[in-house]
Design a protein around this ligand. Structure first.
Ligand code: ADP
Ligand code: MG
Length: 386
Protein backbone atom coordinates (compact mmCIF):
# COMPACT_ATOMS: atom_id res chain seq x y z
CA UNK A 1 0.00 0.00 0.00
CA UNK A 2 1.18 3.46 -0.91
CA UNK A 3 0.93 6.30 1.59
CA UNK A 4 1.61 10.04 1.41
CA UNK A 5 4.90 11.71 2.28
CA UNK A 6 3.47 13.34 5.44
CA UNK A 7 2.15 9.96 6.60
CA UNK A 8 5.51 8.30 5.93
CA UNK A 9 7.19 11.04 7.94
CA UNK A 10 4.68 10.49 10.74
CA UNK A 11 5.72 6.84 10.95
CA UNK A 12 9.41 7.77 10.82
CA UNK A 13 8.97 10.35 13.59
CA UNK A 14 7.41 7.69 15.84
CA UNK A 15 10.54 5.59 15.49
CA UNK A 16 12.91 8.46 16.19
CA UNK A 17 14.01 9.01 12.58
CA UNK A 18 14.82 12.69 12.06
CA UNK A 19 12.34 14.53 9.81
CA UNK A 20 11.53 18.24 9.49
CA UNK A 21 8.60 19.58 11.52
CA UNK A 22 5.48 19.80 9.45
CA UNK A 23 1.69 19.53 9.29
CA UNK A 24 -0.87 18.39 6.78
CA UNK A 25 -3.34 20.93 5.35
CA UNK A 26 -6.45 20.43 3.24
CA UNK A 27 -7.32 24.11 2.72
CA UNK A 28 -5.40 27.41 2.35
CA UNK A 29 -6.64 28.47 5.80
CA UNK A 30 -5.32 25.27 7.37
CA UNK A 31 -2.04 25.88 5.55
CA UNK A 32 -1.89 29.37 7.07
CA UNK A 33 -2.60 28.03 10.57
CA UNK A 34 0.01 25.31 10.15
CA UNK A 35 2.64 27.87 9.14
CA UNK A 36 1.74 30.02 12.17
CA UNK A 37 2.14 27.02 14.46
CA UNK A 38 5.49 26.07 12.94
CA UNK A 39 6.60 29.61 13.72
CA UNK A 40 9.77 29.67 11.62
CA UNK A 41 10.86 32.11 8.95
CA UNK A 42 11.21 29.65 6.07
CA UNK A 43 8.44 27.33 4.92
CA UNK A 44 7.97 24.71 2.24
CA UNK A 45 4.55 23.98 0.72
CA UNK A 46 4.52 20.44 -0.64
CA UNK A 47 1.81 18.82 -2.77
CA UNK A 48 0.83 15.39 -1.40
CA UNK A 49 0.17 12.91 -4.20
CA UNK A 50 1.26 9.30 -4.58
CA UNK A 51 4.04 10.16 -7.03
CA UNK A 52 7.53 11.60 -6.95
CA UNK A 53 9.12 14.31 -9.07
CA UNK A 54 6.79 16.92 -7.54
CA UNK A 55 9.56 19.50 -7.21
CA UNK A 56 10.21 19.63 -10.95
CA UNK A 57 6.47 19.62 -11.70
CA UNK A 58 5.83 22.72 -9.56
CA UNK A 59 4.42 20.94 -6.52
CA UNK A 60 7.09 21.99 -3.99
CA UNK A 61 7.43 25.73 -3.25
CA UNK A 62 9.35 27.81 -0.74
CA UNK A 63 7.66 30.58 1.24
CA UNK A 64 8.84 33.28 3.67
CA UNK A 65 5.67 33.96 5.65
CA UNK A 66 2.36 32.35 6.62
CA UNK A 67 0.63 34.72 4.19
CA UNK A 68 2.81 33.49 1.35
CA UNK A 69 2.16 29.89 2.45
CA UNK A 70 -1.58 30.56 2.19
CA UNK A 71 -1.22 32.09 -1.27
CA UNK A 72 0.88 29.15 -2.55
CA UNK A 73 -1.51 26.70 -0.93
CA UNK A 74 -4.45 28.19 -2.83
CA UNK A 75 -2.47 27.85 -6.07
CA UNK A 76 -1.31 24.27 -5.52
CA UNK A 77 -4.50 22.81 -4.01
CA UNK A 78 -6.71 21.65 -6.85
CA UNK A 79 -4.01 21.87 -9.48
CA UNK A 80 -3.34 18.90 -11.76
CA UNK A 81 0.24 18.02 -11.04
CA UNK A 82 2.09 16.24 -13.83
CA UNK A 83 5.38 14.54 -12.99
CA UNK A 84 7.38 11.75 -14.62
CA UNK A 85 5.60 9.33 -12.28
CA UNK A 86 1.97 10.45 -12.73
CA UNK A 87 1.67 9.87 -16.47
CA UNK A 88 0.53 12.67 -18.79
CA UNK A 89 -2.91 12.89 -17.16
CA UNK A 90 -1.36 14.00 -13.84
CA UNK A 91 -2.95 13.95 -10.41
CA UNK A 92 -5.17 16.48 -8.67
CA UNK A 93 -3.64 17.83 -5.47
CA UNK A 94 -5.98 17.56 -2.49
CA UNK A 95 -3.59 17.73 0.45
CA UNK A 96 -0.48 19.69 1.31
CA UNK A 97 2.38 19.23 3.70
CA UNK A 98 3.41 22.54 5.28
CA UNK A 99 6.94 22.06 6.50
CA UNK A 100 9.72 24.09 8.03
CA UNK A 101 12.38 25.12 5.50
CA UNK A 102 15.60 23.24 6.15
CA UNK A 103 19.09 24.66 5.69
CA UNK A 104 20.44 22.07 3.25
CA UNK A 105 24.20 21.53 3.11
CA UNK A 106 24.08 18.44 0.91
CA UNK A 107 21.50 16.08 -0.58
CA UNK A 108 22.00 12.32 -0.64
CA UNK A 109 19.97 9.21 -1.38
CA UNK A 110 19.00 6.30 0.87
CA UNK A 111 16.69 3.42 0.09
CA UNK A 112 15.67 0.06 1.55
CA UNK A 113 14.07 -2.60 -0.65
CA UNK A 114 13.69 -6.34 -0.53
CA UNK A 115 16.18 -7.89 -2.94
CA UNK A 116 14.31 -10.93 -4.20
CA UNK A 117 17.41 -12.55 -5.70
CA UNK A 118 19.10 -12.85 -2.28
CA UNK A 119 15.91 -12.79 -0.15
CA UNK A 120 17.50 -10.03 1.90
CA UNK A 121 16.79 -6.39 2.54
CA UNK A 122 19.13 -4.22 0.49
CA UNK A 123 20.20 -0.92 2.01
CA UNK A 124 21.32 1.47 -0.72
CA UNK A 125 22.98 4.84 -0.43
CA UNK A 126 24.35 7.34 -2.89
CA UNK A 127 25.88 10.78 -2.69
CA UNK A 128 23.72 11.65 -5.71
CA UNK A 129 20.57 12.77 -3.90
CA UNK A 130 17.60 14.80 -5.04
CA UNK A 131 17.78 13.37 -8.56
CA UNK A 132 16.17 10.33 -10.12
CA UNK A 133 18.00 7.33 -8.68
CA UNK A 134 17.08 5.28 -11.77
CA UNK A 135 19.27 7.65 -13.79
CA UNK A 136 22.19 7.27 -11.35
CA UNK A 137 21.81 3.47 -11.51
CA UNK A 138 21.83 3.52 -15.32
CA UNK A 139 24.61 6.04 -15.90
CA UNK A 140 26.92 5.89 -12.85
CA UNK A 141 26.14 2.67 -10.99
CA UNK A 142 29.45 2.91 -9.09
CA UNK A 143 27.90 5.81 -7.16
CA UNK A 144 25.39 3.50 -5.48
CA UNK A 145 26.60 1.53 -2.45
CA UNK A 146 24.64 -1.49 -1.32
CA UNK A 147 24.60 -3.60 1.79
CA UNK A 148 22.50 -6.71 2.34
CA UNK A 149 20.92 -7.41 5.70
CA UNK A 150 21.05 -10.95 7.01
CA UNK A 151 17.53 -11.56 8.35
CA UNK A 152 18.85 -13.66 11.24
CA UNK A 153 21.26 -10.95 12.40
CA UNK A 154 19.44 -7.76 11.41
CA UNK A 155 21.02 -4.47 10.35
CA UNK A 156 24.14 -3.88 12.43
CA UNK A 157 25.88 -0.70 13.60
CA UNK A 158 28.91 -1.88 11.67
CA UNK A 159 26.93 -1.88 8.44
CA UNK A 160 25.48 1.55 9.22
CA UNK A 161 29.05 2.85 9.65
CA UNK A 162 30.07 1.39 6.30
CA UNK A 163 27.16 3.14 4.57
CA UNK A 164 27.83 6.40 6.40
CA UNK A 165 31.48 6.25 5.29
CA UNK A 166 30.37 5.58 1.72
CA UNK A 167 28.38 8.82 1.95
CA UNK A 168 31.48 10.64 3.21
CA UNK A 169 29.85 11.61 6.51
CA UNK A 170 32.11 13.02 9.23
CA UNK A 171 31.89 14.34 12.77
CA UNK A 172 28.34 15.04 14.00
CA UNK A 173 26.89 14.07 10.61
CA UNK A 174 28.56 10.65 10.87
CA UNK A 175 27.09 10.03 14.31
CA UNK A 176 23.66 11.34 13.29
CA UNK A 177 23.75 9.41 10.01
CA UNK A 178 24.36 6.10 11.81
CA UNK A 179 21.55 6.82 14.25
CA UNK A 180 19.29 7.75 11.32
CA UNK A 181 19.93 4.46 9.51
CA UNK A 182 19.49 2.29 12.59
CA UNK A 183 16.16 3.97 13.41
CA UNK A 184 15.03 3.79 9.80
CA UNK A 185 15.69 0.05 9.71
CA UNK A 186 13.70 -0.34 12.90
CA UNK A 187 10.80 1.70 11.44
CA UNK A 188 10.92 -0.36 8.25
CA UNK A 189 10.78 -3.77 9.87
CA UNK A 190 8.34 -2.85 12.67
CA UNK A 191 5.83 -1.37 10.20
CA UNK A 192 6.16 -4.23 7.70
CA UNK A 193 7.28 -1.84 4.99
CA UNK A 194 8.03 -3.13 1.51
CA UNK A 195 9.96 -0.04 0.43
CA UNK A 196 11.55 3.00 2.04
CA UNK A 197 13.05 5.70 -0.12
CA UNK A 198 14.57 8.85 1.33
CA UNK A 199 15.42 11.16 -1.54
CA UNK A 200 16.87 13.48 -0.57
CA UNK A 201 18.44 12.55 2.75
CA UNK A 202 20.10 15.80 3.79
CA UNK A 203 22.87 17.06 6.00
CA UNK A 204 21.90 20.43 7.45
CA UNK A 205 24.13 23.38 8.19
CA UNK A 206 24.31 22.29 11.84
CA UNK A 207 25.25 18.67 11.04
CA UNK A 208 21.83 17.12 11.48
CA UNK A 209 20.90 14.28 9.14
CA UNK A 210 17.22 14.17 8.16
CA UNK A 211 14.69 12.81 5.70
CA UNK A 212 13.60 15.74 3.54
CA UNK A 213 11.44 13.47 1.45
CA UNK A 214 10.08 10.05 2.43
CA UNK A 215 8.30 7.39 0.49
CA UNK A 216 7.25 4.31 2.42
CA UNK A 217 5.20 1.46 1.02
CA UNK A 218 3.57 -1.00 3.37
CA UNK A 219 3.16 -4.69 2.60
CA UNK A 220 -0.59 -5.04 1.97
CA UNK A 221 -0.60 -8.58 3.37
CA UNK A 222 0.62 -7.27 6.74
CA UNK A 223 -1.99 -4.54 7.15
CA UNK A 224 -4.17 -6.74 9.33
CA UNK A 225 -1.69 -6.21 12.13
CA UNK A 226 -1.31 -2.45 11.56
CA UNK A 227 -4.83 -1.07 11.87
CA UNK A 228 -3.47 2.45 12.36
CA UNK A 229 -1.45 2.27 9.13
CA UNK A 230 -4.32 0.66 7.20
CA UNK A 231 -6.34 3.80 7.99
CA UNK A 232 -3.81 5.90 6.08
CA UNK A 233 -5.02 4.50 2.77
CA UNK A 234 -6.12 7.28 0.40
CA UNK A 235 -8.39 5.76 -2.23
CA UNK A 236 -8.47 9.10 -4.10
CA UNK A 237 -4.96 8.22 -5.22
CA UNK A 238 -5.89 4.78 -6.52
CA UNK A 239 -7.42 3.58 -9.78
CA UNK A 240 -11.21 3.68 -9.05
CA UNK A 241 -11.85 0.24 -10.58
CA UNK A 242 -9.07 -1.26 -8.48
CA UNK A 243 -10.66 0.24 -5.36
CA UNK A 244 -13.97 -1.37 -6.35
CA UNK A 245 -12.20 -4.68 -7.00
CA UNK A 246 -10.60 -4.62 -3.56
CA UNK A 247 -14.08 -4.13 -2.05
CA UNK A 248 -15.19 -7.26 -3.92
CA UNK A 249 -12.04 -9.09 -2.78
CA UNK A 250 -10.95 -9.65 -6.39
CA UNK A 251 -7.42 -9.35 -7.76
CA UNK A 252 -7.80 -6.80 -10.53
CA UNK A 253 -5.26 -4.57 -12.28
CA UNK A 254 -6.45 -2.14 -14.91
CA UNK A 255 -4.48 -2.07 -18.16
CA UNK A 256 -4.72 -0.04 -21.36
CA UNK A 257 -6.16 -2.53 -23.90
CA UNK A 258 -9.76 -3.35 -24.88
CA UNK A 259 -10.15 -7.10 -24.26
CA UNK A 260 -11.54 -7.64 -20.79
CA UNK A 261 -10.52 -10.96 -19.28
CA UNK A 262 -11.91 -12.96 -16.41
CA UNK A 263 -9.86 -15.95 -15.35
CA UNK A 264 -9.54 -18.20 -12.32
CA UNK A 265 -6.04 -18.37 -10.90
CA UNK A 266 -3.24 -15.83 -11.31
CA UNK A 267 -1.09 -18.08 -13.49
CA UNK A 268 -3.85 -18.77 -16.01
CA UNK A 269 -4.74 -15.06 -15.92
CA UNK A 270 -1.16 -14.14 -16.88
CA UNK A 271 -1.13 -16.77 -19.62
CA UNK A 272 -4.47 -15.48 -20.94
CA UNK A 273 -3.07 -11.95 -21.19
CA UNK A 274 -0.12 -13.34 -23.16
CA UNK A 275 -2.50 -15.21 -25.49
CA UNK A 276 -4.52 -12.08 -26.18
CA UNK A 277 -1.33 -10.24 -27.09
CA UNK A 278 -0.14 -13.11 -29.27
CA UNK A 279 -3.45 -13.01 -31.12
CA UNK A 280 -2.79 -9.33 -31.88
CA UNK A 281 -4.90 -7.49 -29.29
CA UNK A 282 -4.29 -5.88 -25.89
CA UNK A 283 -5.78 -6.99 -22.56
CA UNK A 284 -7.86 -4.36 -20.74
CA UNK A 285 -7.08 -5.86 -17.36
CA UNK A 286 -5.73 -8.62 -15.22
CA UNK A 287 -8.54 -10.28 -13.28
CA UNK A 288 -8.22 -13.36 -11.13
CA UNK A 289 -11.64 -14.31 -9.75
CA UNK A 290 -10.09 -16.96 -7.52
CA UNK A 291 -10.02 -20.72 -7.66
CA UNK A 292 -13.68 -21.24 -6.89
CA UNK A 293 -15.22 -18.80 -9.42
CA UNK A 294 -18.75 -18.79 -7.97
CA UNK A 295 -21.79 -16.77 -9.09
CA UNK A 296 -20.87 -13.90 -6.80
CA UNK A 297 -17.28 -13.54 -8.03
CA UNK A 298 -18.25 -13.98 -11.69
CA UNK A 299 -21.00 -11.38 -11.29
CA UNK A 300 -18.66 -8.91 -9.59
CA UNK A 301 -16.07 -9.63 -12.27
CA UNK A 302 -18.55 -8.69 -15.01
CA UNK A 303 -19.54 -5.56 -13.06
CA UNK A 304 -15.90 -4.46 -13.02
CA UNK A 305 -15.29 -5.24 -16.67
CA UNK A 306 -18.44 -3.42 -17.76
CA UNK A 307 -17.40 -0.33 -15.74
CA UNK A 308 -14.37 0.08 -17.98
CA UNK A 309 -15.52 1.93 -21.13
CA UNK A 310 -12.48 0.62 -23.03
CA UNK A 311 -13.67 -2.99 -22.87
CA UNK A 312 -14.98 -4.04 -26.29
CA UNK A 313 -15.15 -7.81 -25.71
CA UNK A 314 -14.76 -10.18 -22.79
CA UNK A 315 -12.87 -13.44 -22.61
CA UNK A 316 -13.85 -15.78 -19.78
CA UNK A 317 -11.23 -18.46 -19.38
CA UNK A 318 -11.94 -20.84 -16.51
CA UNK A 319 -10.26 -24.10 -15.70
CA UNK A 320 -12.38 -26.46 -13.66
CA UNK A 321 -10.00 -28.03 -11.21
CA UNK A 322 -11.31 -27.33 -7.73
CA UNK A 323 -14.51 -26.00 -9.23
CA UNK A 324 -16.88 -27.90 -11.54
CA UNK A 325 -17.35 -26.28 -14.97
CA UNK A 326 -21.11 -26.86 -14.97
CA UNK A 327 -21.43 -24.78 -11.80
CA UNK A 328 -19.34 -22.03 -13.39
CA UNK A 329 -21.50 -22.16 -16.52
CA UNK A 330 -24.61 -21.73 -14.38
CA UNK A 331 -22.83 -18.92 -12.55
CA UNK A 332 -22.05 -17.14 -15.80
CA UNK A 333 -25.64 -17.59 -16.98
CA UNK A 334 -27.02 -16.21 -13.75
CA UNK A 335 -24.56 -13.33 -13.62
CA UNK A 336 -25.33 -12.31 -17.19
CA UNK A 337 -29.06 -12.41 -16.57
CA UNK A 338 -28.55 -9.85 -13.78
CA UNK A 339 -26.01 -7.56 -15.44
CA UNK A 340 -26.28 -5.68 -18.67
CA UNK A 341 -23.35 -6.98 -20.70
CA UNK A 342 -23.23 -5.05 -23.93
CA UNK A 343 -20.14 -6.57 -25.60
CA UNK A 344 -19.41 -10.00 -27.11
CA UNK A 345 -18.44 -12.63 -24.54
CA UNK A 346 -16.17 -15.54 -25.45
CA UNK A 347 -16.24 -18.38 -22.93
CA UNK A 348 -13.78 -21.22 -22.56
CA UNK A 349 -14.53 -23.72 -19.82
CA UNK A 350 -12.22 -26.69 -19.57
CA UNK A 351 -11.67 -29.40 -17.01
CA UNK A 352 -14.07 -31.05 -14.62
CA UNK A 353 -17.54 -31.51 -16.27
CA UNK A 354 -16.60 -29.33 -19.26
CA UNK A 355 -19.00 -31.24 -21.52
CA UNK A 356 -22.00 -30.55 -19.29
CA UNK A 357 -20.92 -26.89 -19.09
CA UNK A 358 -20.75 -26.62 -22.88
CA UNK A 359 -24.29 -27.92 -23.10
CA UNK A 360 -25.57 -25.43 -20.53
CA UNK A 361 -24.03 -22.54 -22.45
CA UNK A 362 -25.26 -23.87 -25.81
CA UNK A 363 -28.80 -24.23 -24.57
CA UNK A 364 -28.97 -20.86 -22.84
CA UNK A 365 -30.79 -18.03 -24.58
CA UNK A 366 -27.82 -15.73 -23.94
CA UNK A 367 -25.40 -15.00 -26.70
CA UNK A 368 -22.02 -16.57 -25.94
CA UNK A 369 -19.20 -17.41 -28.25
CA UNK A 370 -17.91 -20.75 -27.02
CA UNK A 371 -14.30 -21.87 -27.48
CA UNK A 372 -12.47 -25.01 -26.52
CA UNK A 373 -8.75 -24.48 -26.68
CA UNK A 374 -6.57 -21.56 -25.68
CA UNK A 375 -5.58 -20.31 -29.10
CA UNK A 376 -9.12 -20.61 -30.35
CA UNK A 377 -10.55 -18.49 -27.51
CA UNK A 378 -7.94 -15.77 -28.05
CA UNK A 379 -8.56 -15.72 -31.82
CA UNK A 380 -12.31 -15.60 -31.31
CA UNK A 381 -12.17 -12.69 -28.88
CA UNK A 382 -9.88 -10.75 -31.20
CA UNK A 383 -12.21 -11.45 -34.12
CA UNK A 384 -15.09 -10.18 -32.00
CA UNK A 385 -13.53 -6.72 -31.62
CA UNK A 386 -12.38 -6.28 -35.19
P1 ADP B 1 9.95 15.24 -5.05
O1 ADP B 1 10.95 14.14 -4.89
O2 ADP B 1 8.57 14.73 -5.25
O3 ADP B 1 10.36 16.25 -6.08
P2 ADP B 1 10.98 16.32 -2.54
O4 ADP B 1 10.32 16.18 -1.22
O5 ADP B 1 12.18 15.47 -2.77
O6 ADP B 1 9.86 16.07 -3.66
O7 ADP B 1 11.33 17.84 -2.74
C1 ADP B 1 12.02 18.33 -3.88
C2 ADP B 1 13.14 19.26 -3.45
O8 ADP B 1 12.61 20.35 -2.69
C3 ADP B 1 14.17 18.62 -2.53
O9 ADP B 1 15.18 17.96 -3.26
C4 ADP B 1 14.68 19.79 -1.74
O10 ADP B 1 15.73 20.42 -2.47
C5 ADP B 1 13.49 20.73 -1.65
N1 ADP B 1 12.83 20.57 -0.34
C6 ADP B 1 11.87 19.68 -0.01
N2 ADP B 1 11.50 19.79 1.28
C7 ADP B 1 12.24 20.79 1.80
C8 ADP B 1 12.35 21.40 3.10
N3 ADP B 1 11.60 21.02 4.14
N4 ADP B 1 13.26 22.41 3.27
C9 ADP B 1 14.01 22.82 2.22
N5 ADP B 1 13.96 22.31 0.99
C10 ADP B 1 13.10 21.30 0.77
MG1 MG C 1 12.16 13.45 -3.51
Amino acid sequence: MNIHEYQSKGILREFGVAVPRGMVAFTPDEAYEAAKKLGTSKFVVKAQIHAGGRGKGGGVKLADSPDEVKKLASEILGMTLVTHQTGPEGKIVKRLLIEEGVDIKSEMYLGIVLDRATSKLAFMVSTEGGVEIEKVAAETPEKIHKIFVDPAVGFTAFQARQLAFALGLQGDALKNGIKFMMSLYNAYTKSDASLAEINPLVITGSGDVMALDAKINIDGSALYRHKDIAELRDTDEEEPLEVKASEFGLNYIKLDGNVGCMVNGAGLAMATMDLIKLAGAEPANFLDVGGVANVETVKNGFLLLMSDPNVKAVLVNIFGGIVRCDRVANGIKEALSQIDVTVPVVVRLQGNNADIAAKILDESSLDFIVAEDLKECADKVVAAIS
